[in-house]
Design a binder for this molecule. Structure first.
Ligand SMILES: C[S@@+](CC[C@H](N)C(=O)[O-])C[C@H]1O[C@@H](n2cnc3c(N)ncnc32)[C@H](O)[C@@H]1O
Length: 192
């Protein structure tokens, strides 16, 4: 029910809910066989979808983004399903996960998505407005690993847990905000 409520508060493509239904059923099928994602009940997947798109309430609009370590789809694939006008680069080195992401992309006919089967530190041929990441590594390392895909005014959206305060102190960040939702702390670093 929470997802349905959230969808009334943010702007997403009108096909988004249908796309989510397809994503949920594909993840439940593939996930059991290939061990793609820990929690596969419909309720758990919907919670992950909600976690992925909640920041659309407060971040600025963007024309392109790269998600680092998309895994089985969070948050990058879900953000790409929510707004098919924005160019989405999903950067994920593990082959089984890449195959799943490609299968969902093709099943939904989402031409805005490019899946890059590499580690992000080896990518330097794209430059994006926004860089997102959930559950990959700490903020300092993420900022350094993504040097090759940033522009002067790139923004960052990192999906963090409770260790965020220490991470922010370590790197002396400016111009950021933290938005909390349940156990989640969203770190949003706005480009200039
Ligand atoms: C714990 S999983 C998180 C997956 C997803 N973001 C989520 O929240 O469910 C971490 C993912 O990051 C990927 N990863 C690790 N190091 C990476 C790197 N240097 N560049 C891109 N992806 C990386 C892994 O292959 C893995 O799929």
């Amino acid at each position: 029910m929470a997802l349905e409520k959230l969808l009334k508060e943010i702007n997403v493509d009108k096909e988004f809910e249908k796309r989510c239904e397809v994503f949920i059923s594909l993840l439940q099928k593939w996930g059991r066989v290939h061990n793609l994602s820990g929690r596969l009940s419909t309720e758990d997947i919907k919670e992950n979808i909600e976690d992925s798109i909640s920041p659309l309430k407060f971040i600025d609009s963007y024309e392109s983004f790269a998600d680092i370590g998309t895994g089985a789809g969070y948050p990058g694939l879900i953000l790409a399903m929510a707004n098919s006008k924005a160019k989405a680069y999903l950067i994920e080195p593990r082959q089984k996960r890449v195959s799943f992401l490609n299968f969902v992309k093709n099943s939904l006919g989402l031409e805005n998505i490019d899946i890059i089967a590499k580690r992000v530190e080896t990518v330097d041929n794209i430059k994006v407005d926004l860089i997102t990441s959930r559950a990959v590594t700490n903020t300092k390392l993420l900022l350094s690993l993504t040097e090759g895909i940033k522009k002067d005014n790139t923004s960052y959206l990192f999906y963090k847990g409770s260790l965020l305060k220490e991470e922010i102190e370590e790197i002396k960040l400016n111009n950021y905000s933290v938005v909390n939702r349940n156990e989640r702390n969203y770190l949003y670093i706005k480009g200039n």
